[in-house]
Design a protein around this ligand. Structure first.
Ligand code: SF4
Length: 330
């Protein structure tokens, strides 16, 4: 893309190497021809999102509130796992999907993030880790599960992923990246031809139309059956599977019938279910189930031989868990 805009191939390679491989954050212009230098000065910005606040949890989770060039704010979370981190990236400021269990959904959509703002979250978080936790600074996986519906901002997310995986860029393996969607069908229909081979996760949460409409209002426009059919049509790599997120809310979607509907639909598919006990936040309308209720739901699902795990999310004390990000109230 830089080349199509006027930078030489060698200039673009040098630039990618300097910023992504050597992790240099200052503009690099020294080794460039005059024309390339002029192009860089006129067209590119090297500014990272500015850290507004940082919260560190007892379990080493880190939540960044980043300030963007227009003063808007987004959140990014580092989730620790055995001396490495997974990073949870935002794709929009706020979100238009208005899921009823989600703190970000209450905020509404302010705007899409540009590719540079998505990649910038990773670079800024990496820089902070290197400076503050040098013995423990490796980000090994990334998930688009922060603020926003990534497939609603398809082009910017796809370009960011290309930078993450290209050998000239950050060189991550595609299977280390997961894009999570609430079921934005227009994006799923583009996935097969346009998205590099990253993992897909669906916020499923219920197979029942009325319950899913309440949890994820876009279900009324893009019904779950069509969404699941679209996901079934996406070619899967050997040994890969689709992750289905199931947020378990006490007395709402945690009955035996809910588990059976889920099991029947996913039985025999390349599926993995993450059962996530609901994380309450101020003003939330759902309750967290007890450990016993969670185990009971999993046992009902196990009957269908659909692999699943209960995920107890991290960073509770700083509201960094799934569905709790909201850059307005932080
Ligand atoms: S769960 Fe995801 S898609 Fe739904 S409102 Fe929250 S950020 Fe948006």
């Amino acid at each position: 893309m830089l080349v199509s805009q006027g930078l030489s191939v060698s200039g673009a390679t040098l630039l990618f190497n300097w910023h992504y491989k050597l992790r240099q954050f200052e503009p690099c212009t020294e080794d460039f021809a005059k024309a390339s230098q002029k192009f860089i000065e006129e067209n590119l910005s090297f500014a990272l999102p500015e850290i507004d606040t940082i919260q560190e949890s007892d379990d080493r989770t880190v939540k960044f509130l980043f300030k963007l060039h227009d003063g808007r704010k987004i959140e990014t979370v580092l989730i620790p796992s055995n001396k490495k981190y997974g990073i949870c990236l935002s794709s929009q400021v706020g979100c238009a999907m208005k899921c009823s269990f989600c703190h970000t959904g209450l905020q509404g959509l302010e705007r899409h993030l540009g590719t540079h703002e998505i990649v910038g979250q990773l670079l800024a978080a990496q820089k902070w880790l290197t400076e503050n936790r040098p013995d423990d600074d490796r980000i090994s996986t990334m998930v688009f599960m922060g603020q926003g519906e990534p497939l609603h901002n398809f082009d910017s997310v796809r370009k960011a992923i290309e930078i993450f995986i290209t050998q000239h860029g950050l060189c991550y393996a595609a299977d280390k990246i997961t894009v999570s969607t609430a079921g934005f069908l227009p994006g799923l229909e583009r996935w097969k031809d346009e998205m590099p081979g990253v993992n897909i996760a669906l916020s499923l949460h219920s197979m029942d139309t009325a319950k899913r409409n309440e949890l994820i209002p876009i279900n009324a426009k893009y019904p779950v059956e069509k969404v699941l059919d679209a996901i079934d049509k996406i070619p899967k790599k050997k040994k890969s599977f689709v992750i289905y997120e199931y947020l378990l809310a006490k007395g709402f979607n945690d009955a035996e019938v809910d588990a059976c509907q889920l099991g029947e639909r996913l039985q025999g598919k390349r599926a993995f279910v993450n059962i996530i006990p609901f994380n309450p936040f101020p003003g939330a309308k759902y309750e967290r189930p007890t450990r016993e209720e969670v185990d009971r739901f999993k046992a009902w699902l196990d009957v269908y031989d659909v692999p699943s795990l209960v995920r107890f999310t991290k960073g509770h004390d700083i509201l960094a868990a799934c569905g709790q990000l909201n850059s307005k109230s932080s």
